[in-house]
Structure formats: structure tokens, C-alpha cells
Design a protein around this ligand. Structure first.
Ligand code: SAH
Length: 419
């Protein structure tokens, strides 16, 4: 098998099982392997270290798959890795209140470049690297055998593939075409997901546990609760808040189609009062908590501008959710991204009622949890408010972070009580 020989002094991360070998760490490649091929990694002294797939077109030249010399990268290897990821989600699989979650979280499930999300009977995949893209047929067949879904759909229409020399790709991989909208359950709430055109693979599954925190805190409040869900996408945080008895939900997003689904999702749960009469879901003869008692408003627009408008109008809220898109994708964007995070958090602090709650997030991997907290502090310092952190949030447990791969922690959030 072909070999990559590392430069002197560059073996430590590999020995510590970090899954990436950067091109700059490689002294030479022997044996003329094709990109995508599995190669052996040796240190400068000729000691075998690990085995992984190569892509010279990427700055991450090798993604490591095993550190055991006798573990071959064959069909049984991929099956074992997939089985382990699936078995780690058994508790979720057995929870009737949740039918959508991440089954495979790439590097942190020891399957670099592969994302597998489950939406009920449908699987949606992303092949983010050449190494897994080339093995797509084998991976799809293994998942079909292991999970027995109705269909497997691909949503590899993402920019990061360019770094691997790959074009975006999307479409049916196995089974029957999924419907335009798949209905899922998350903690007992119903959501419609468009896996063909939705963001990521269709839904922000990584926020499931954080949405549950919103439920707990709304339940604990009592009284009138006016909620501002900024960057609402298909309204998931708002559905949880409404079910927990919120009086009014204002959902803001720039995407019209996302807000249409948000409206549909609120109605599906029998929660919204806007948009005319609707039939609330009756369970055991009782309307669900909060049924039909929440006023809903959907605002298609820029969250930055709207926050300024609300401030000027002296419009106040009891709970604000700030879940913006990635503001810093590269190291160079960290500074401008930090300013954007500071801006929205500052405005949110200013329009919260005393005792109000701010759920604030960053999904930029480049912005560490520590930096994010400093940015939120910087925002507070420019107001005359006080705030206490009452919760540190992260991506849900089906999006694990391998201890050997701290880069896997991308979503971080804070719950602040604001005075
Ligand atoms: N909170 C959502 C996920 C948010 S993803 C959930 O739980 O499902 C980020 C969202 O921000 C996307 O829906 C995107 O359309 C929206 N967005 C991006 N820039 C925006 C802006 N400037 N103002 C308002 N929404 C924006």
C-alpha cells in the first residue's frame, strides 16, 4: 500500500488520534496512490502510525480511519463503524417522541466526511470528502441493510466539497423518492421537513436539547411570555415556546419559504392563532397545553434591522432566541463575525424586559465557547443592563464531539437572565 511519510516532529497529533493530517505535515508520498485511496501513515523514523484516505487536492491531505495496524479498511470496517454510530443512538431510536436525529456525525463518529441524518423512515446523507464520496455505493448499501429506511436521499450540495475538488450533488440514492414534506416528531412536537430544499439536510437537529431547555424555562415562568424567535427558520423554537404557554411568538427570518413552513408547523401543533381559524389537535379529549392560545407573527426580514426597529418602537420581549447562521466560516472572518454577534446580542439585551431570558447561539466553529462568551459580555458592557449566565449550551448529544477532535464542537450557546 502507498505511504505518506510525515516530516520530523509532526507525528504527535497522529499519535494522539487527531483524524486530520495536513499537507504541510507530510514529507513525501511513496507509491503513487490515487486521490481517495487508503494509504499508510509513517513517522519520519519509519514507524507505522495510522491509515486513512488521501486527497492531495485538500489541505487536509489524509483523513485517518484507524490507528490499529491490523485493522483493514474493508466492507467489515465500514459496517462496524456504522453499526457503532447507530447503536450509540439506541435511546433516541426507542423514544417515540422523537423520530429525527443525527445517526452519523462525521469525524466525531470516526467516519470522516460522512453525515447521516434520520427523518423518520428516511435517511439524508452528506458526503463531504472525496474519500467517502468514492465509497458512496458501499456506504448506502450498508445503511440500507442496517437501518432499513424507505429511502436514502443525498444533500451533498454544500460549499465545503469544493475544497475536496468535488461538485455539489443532491438526489435520490436508494429507495423511493421522499415526499415534499416529511413529518417528524421532536420531543413530541410535530414538524414538516423539506429534505430536498431545506437548510443542511432539512432541519436543525442539533438544537433539539436546547429547544427542550426553552420549554423548561418557559414552563417555570408563568404569567405573560412574549417571545422573539430571531433566525427562526421553520419555527422550531417558537413551537416549543408556544406549547409551553407563551402568549405571543414573533418569528423572524429572511427566508419566505422557511417562514411558510414555520406557519404550517405552528398550525400542525395546534398552537398558532394567526392566519384564521384552525383545528387544534385534540389528544385524549384534551387540547394540548397552550393550544390556540398563542398569538403568532411571522416577519420576513433582516434580524439586524428588525431589532433596531423594535428598539426604536420600544417593543419589549420576555424571551429572545438568537440562533443566527455561521457569521465566521474562516479565520479571517472571525473579526467581522464577532462584530455581528456583538451587534445582535447588544440589541437583544436592550429590548428584553427585566428578568427576561436570552438564548444566544453561535454555530461558527472558528468562534470558541470562550470567545463567544467574551463577545456576549462585550455586548452587555455597552448597555446599562445586567445579565447572569444560567446555562451553557452545546449541540445535542447525537452530534457528539470526539475528545480527539475538539474542532467537532461547533455549536455553543448561553442562556442569560437579563436585568
Ligand atoms: N433557529 C432555527 C435555525 C436557524 S438557522 C431552528 O431552530 O430551526 C439560521 C436562519 O437564519 C436561516 O433560516 C436563515 O434563513 C436565517 N437568516 C440568515 N440571515 C438572516 C438575517 N440577516 N436576518 C434574519 N434571518 C436570517
Amino acid at each position: 500500500m502507498a505511504k505518506a511519510i510525515l516530516k520530523k516532529g509532526r507525528a504527535t497529533p497522529v499519535i494522539r488520534r487527531h483524524p486530520w493530517v495536513f499537507s504541510g505535515a507530510i514529507q513525501r508520498i511513496e507509491g503513487d496512490p490515487e486521490d481517495g485511496e487508503v494509504i499508510e501513515v509513517y513517522d519520519a523514523g519509519g514507524n507505522w502510525l495510522a491509515r486513512g484516505y488521501l486527497n492531495r487536492r485538500s489541505q487536509i491531505a489524509v483523513r485517518l480511519l484507524t490507528w490499529l495496524e491490523d485493522e483493514g479498511i474493508d466492507g467489515a470496517f465500514w459496517r462496524r463503524r456504522l453499526e457503532r454510530a447507530v447503536s450509540a443512538r439506541r435511546a433516541l431510536a426507542e423514544d417515540p417522541a422523537t423520530t429525527a436525529y443525527r445517526l452519523v456525525h462525521a469525524e466525531s463518529d470516526y467516519l470522516p466526511g460522512l453525515i447521516v441524518d434520520r427523518y423518520g423512515d428516511w435517511l439524508v446523507l452528506q458526503f463531504l470528502t472525496l474519500g467517502v464520496d468514492q465509497r458512496r455505493a458501499e456506504i448506502v448499501q450498508l445503511l440500507a441493510d442496517l437501518v432499513a429506511p424507505l429511502a436514502i436521499y443525498e444533500r451533498s450540495d454544500v460549499g465545503v466539497r469544493k475544497k475536496e475538488g468535488l461538485e455539489p450533488r443532491a438526489g435520490l440514492l436508494w429507495g423511493d423518492e421522499p415526499p415534499d414534506q416529511i413529518e417528524i416528531l421532536e420531543n413530541g412536537h410535530r414538524f414538516l421537513v423539506n429534505v430536498r430544499e431545506g437548510h443542511k439536510t432539512g432541519f436543525y437537529l442539533d438544537q433539539r436539547e436546547n429547544r427542550a431547555r426553552l420549554t423548561t424555562l418557559c414552563n417555570a415562568r408563568g404569567g405573560r411570555i412574549d417571545v422573539l424567535d430571531l433566525f427562526a427558520y421553520t419555527g422550531a423554537f417558537g413551537v416549543y415556546a408556544a406549547a409551553a404557554g407563551a402568549s405571543e411568538i414573533t418569528s423572524v427570518d429572511t427566508s419566505g419559504p422557511a417562514l411558510d413552513l414555520a406557519r404550517a408547523n405552528h398550525a400542525l401543533n395546534g398552537l398558532g392563532r394567526a392566519g384564521g381559524p384552525h383545528s387544534a389537535t385534540i389528544i385524549d379529549g384534551q387540547p394540548p397545553a397552550g393550544s390556540g392560545s398563542t398569538d403568532t407573527e411571522y416577519v420576513s426580514g433582516n434580524a439586524f434591522a428588525l431589532l433596531r426597529t423594535f428598539r426604536a418602537e420600544k417593543r419589549h420581549f420576555d424571551v429572545i432566541v438568537l440562533d443566527p447562521p455561521k457569521f465566521a466560516s474562516t479565520r479571517r472572518e472571525v473579526e467581522s463575525g464577532s462584530r455581528a454577534y456583538k451587534d445582535i446580542n447588544l440589541l437583544a439585551f436592550q429590548i428584553l424586559r427585566p428578568g427576561g431570558l436570552l438564548f444566544t447561539f453561535s454555530c461558527s466553529g472558528r468562534v470558541s465557547a470562550d470567545l463567544f462568551q467574551k463577545i456576549v459580555f462585550g455586548a452587555l458592557a455597552d448597555t446599562d443592563r445586567e445579565a447572569q449566565i444560567i446555562g451553557h449550551l452545546a449541540q445535542s448529544a447525537d452530534h457528539p464531539v470526539a475528545l480527539t477532535f475538539p474542532e467537532g464542537r461547533y455549536l455553543k450557546g448561553l442562556i442569560c437572565r437579563v436585568w
